[in-house]
Design a protein around this ligand. Sequence first.
Ligand code: MRU
Length: 347
Amino acid sequence: MRTVEWDQGAVKMIDQRALPWKLEFVRLETVEAVAEGIRNMTVRGAPAIGAAAGFGLALAAQRSDAETSDKLVSDLIEQGDKLKAARPTAVNLAWAVDKLLQIAGSGAFKSPAELRAGLLAAAQEIADEDVAVNSRMGRHGAALVKDGATVLHHCNTGALATVDFGTALGVVRAAFEAGKDIHVLLDETRPRLQGARLSAWELEQLGVSYDIIPDAAAGYFMQKGEVDIILVGADRIAANGDFANKIGTYQLAIMAQAHAISFYTVAPTSTIDLAVSSGDQIPIEERDPAEVTTPYGNPIVPGRFKARNPAFDVTPHRYLSGIVTEHGIARPPYTESLRRAVAGEKV
Ligand code: MRU
């Protein structure tokens, strides 16, 4: 089962808003619907929204009535902007759109029909490659997780956040499948509860032992000596190793350092943005305050109360023990190791 896939002229995805109560799929038949699905988090997780955007642009190509390749490319640039505007922080979204636009503009296709077919094949390759890359990251990262370890994890970075397998939770999966005895403490991850709803649902399917914990309990468990390693994902990694991830990651990093606990981010090279030299340049999405005041439609404070809802924070690279990529584990200086990883070299 893939989180997002092409389905006979539409983009099919798991509706992550309905989990864990119901496993439902939606078929999105226009690029606007795909952009809205990304915005409203029907699909979420940096690699998954990259794959969804790739299929969304392939869909835009199929739907365009352009009769020349030039006209089709200019339609695609416009539709690509709609997709890119859906969510600003995870760079995988722009990465996938720009990759397809580059292919579309390469002049390699003899007709609009060939271009449409070529874009769909390229979108499919992004999705297939994501699964392959995740399983490679899983193998690299599994070496960091000792038999009997307790892993602290934030948000959802499993199969649902990707096309399949996952990033940080992919490492947990790989270690578990290698026969290690592992326990996972899952931060519930307010306000949208990706940890409590999605990561717990995934670990249930895999049979991995876990406990959901309130976000604010992470420091408690570190102080008690109950955390051996912290594994998180990333939505965008700057050239110097600073990275944006789900809100709450920064405070975990500081607590990890205070307790001398290893702290790794696990992300494919499609999440590395070498055009951004440090984390302060990463755009941070602020979402609707109603996600804080009225989670899942249940008001927990009077409607007139104000709230702020930044969806991500930036963790400076100095708190990292390393960055697990599909080409190995990048270590400082990250400006050097990340550049090599993006070039496809072993790190
Ligand atoms: O807002 P979301 O759920 O799309 O957040 C993205 C994430 O899933 C996390 O930040 C994750 O750690 C990085 S994506 C594997």
